[in-house]
Ligand binder design. Structure first.
Ligand SMILES: [Zn+2]
Length: 213
């Protein structure tokens, strides 16, 4: 059986560490909750931060709470080109060796040496949903979206399983525009391979060479 997976669109945003936050907003200051997000415990904060790169900046970027161990800036690939930062696609939390940028609040700024990522597209789900869909944490799957005259199959979608999650696929604004997302976009999980893990590059080479599996 399959399940209708709601697709949510993440605009550029920052997960900030307490340390970096206090440098920008003052010692002892903490995030102010403005609005809860779909994933339990996650929220949009009142505070906003400017992101600066070598070629440009974005003002008033959304800050999401709670605090993370390390600051992480999530941009679309279009965003990274605008401010002149290389794009590196990573899962959330996996930021070693990624590019840095400058964070600004008023007159105060700090340089972060790493943490700018284009988030790898992913689905949050509970263990029960994973059982129904016969997938496991970190499986890579395909998702078929429907939209008027511009349906799209996403490859390289990583499955994230936790009892704390609520079912949702997260894509960035570039990815959402690619399927002309409407008001309540959704997708279904597609199984194109018997094995749970596959290499997309290997598969493409096999197709080019005429090998059928
Ligand atoms: Zn997510």
């Amino acid at each position: 059986m399959s399940i209708r997976i709601p697709i949510e669109i993440s605009a550029r945003h920052i997960h900030v560490s307490q340390e970096d936050f206090e440098v920008l907003f003052g010692k002892g200051r903490t995030l102010t909750r403005k609005k809860d997000l779909s994933q339990p415990g996650q929220y949009l904060a009142e505070e906003r931060i400017t992101i600066r790169g070598p070629r440009g900046s974005f003002e008033n970027v959304a800050v999401l709470g709670p605090f993370r161990k390390q600051t992480q800036v999530e941009l679309s690939i279009t965003d990274t080109k605008k401010i002149g930062v290389p794009h590196v696609i990573r899962q959330s939390g996996d930021i070693a060796g990624t590019p840095g940028c400058t964070l600004v609040n008023g007159d105060i700024s700090i340089d972060i040496t790493e943490g700018v990522i284009a988030a790898k597209r992913h689905i949050h789900m509970t263990p029960r949903e994973a059982t129904l869909l016969q997938v496991e944490d970190n499986d890579i799957v395909f998702v078929l979206t429907t939209s008027y005259e511009r349906s799209l199959i996403y490859a390289d979608v990583v499955v994230r399983v936790s009892p704390d999650f609520r079912l949702a696929m997260h894509v960035d604004t570039d990815e959402a525009n690619a399927f002309a997302s409407d008001t309540e976009p959704f997708g279904v999980l597609l199984k194109l391979f018997d094995s749970k893990r596959y290499s997309m590059d290997k598969w493409v080479n096999e197709v080019l060479e005429g090998i059928k599996r």
